[in-house]
Design a protein around this ligand. Structure first.
Ligand code: UDP
Length: 237
């Protein structure tokens, strides 16, 4: 029996690029899709928010001819591209998935995101991928995942990354970084832990949505986490 009824999974766009350094790596997509399908098959309802950093980040356009707002709009559209790619990968793996967008996009996806539509689709057995971030510039997909997680009444926000928990510093950059077992929101905010941005932390804290950070690149981890096995994880809550 799974511990969670409904999860919000946050995936970074960057992780979808695999080793190629840009764009979409079909092997990464297939690996993620297989893991997501396994969790959905175990009876857990899955909502997903994906980043867009493998294609475009708003801040990176500043000084290169793109105003911040336009750059952020480009970034939000990049998350829709990633969402459609993940939908295809889940379908190829034999799962049921659909994309709702925070920005109206006509026939792209299954419609505009609303809590009602997302929950309805999850109750019908679909994994629901929410593309387009929050729909607003100056936000991130971390904040979008916190917002959608709270909205859809997810039991937990699972942040899939390349590292297996929350560290005092970025372990890929700082070898002296130490892993936390658990961290309170207040501590995460005070220490400016970079695992999520402050807006995302605050939203989760104020609404009691716990966050778990785990290594999504090790196949099988998502299943363990979704089943409530939080060994080798670090939670914030
Ligand atoms: N973005 C935005 N509003 C949102 C979510 C995302 O403007 O609500 C834009 C922003 O420019 C960001 C880009 O989309 O840089 C990609 O998202 P993010 O950086 O969160 O992706 P990740 O780093 O997780 O791949």
């Amino acid at each position: 029996m799974s511990r969670y009824k409904r999860i919000l999974l946050k995936l970074s766009g960057e992780s979808l690029q695999g080793k190629q350094g840009y764009g979409l790596d079909p092997q990464m997509l297939a690996s993620y899709a297989a893991q997501i399908k396994a969790v959905a098959d175990s009876g857990v309802q899955v909502g997903i928010v994906i980043g867009g950093g493998n294609i475009f980040r708003g801040l990176s356009g500043v000084g290169k001819g793109f105003d911040r707002v336009r750059g952020d709009q480009m970034g939000m559209l990049a998350t829709v591209i990633n969402s459609l790619a993940l939908q295809s990968a889940i379908e190829n793996a034999g799962g049921k998935a659909c994309v709702l967008t925070s920005i109206p996009m006509g026939p792209v996806g299954a419609g505009i995101y609303s809590k009602f539509r997302a929950v309805e689709l999850m109750n019908d057995g679909y994994t629901v991928i929410i593309g387009g971030g929050t729909g607003n510039p100056f936000f991130t997909t971390d904040t979008a995942s916190a917002l959608r997680g709270v909205e859809i009444e997810a039991d937990v926000l699972l942040k899939g990354t390349r590292v297996n928990g929350v560290y005092t510093a970025d372990p890929e950059k700082d070898p002296s970084a130490v892993k936390y077992d658990t961290v309170t929101f207040a501590e995460a905010i005070e220490k400016r832990l970079k695992v999520m941005d402050l807006t995302a932390f605050t939203l989760c804290m104020e609404n009691g949505l716990p966050i778990f950070v785990f290594d999504m690149d090790t196949p099988g981890n998502l299943e363990k986490v979704a089943a409530g096995d939080d060994r080798a994880l670090a939670g914030i809550g």
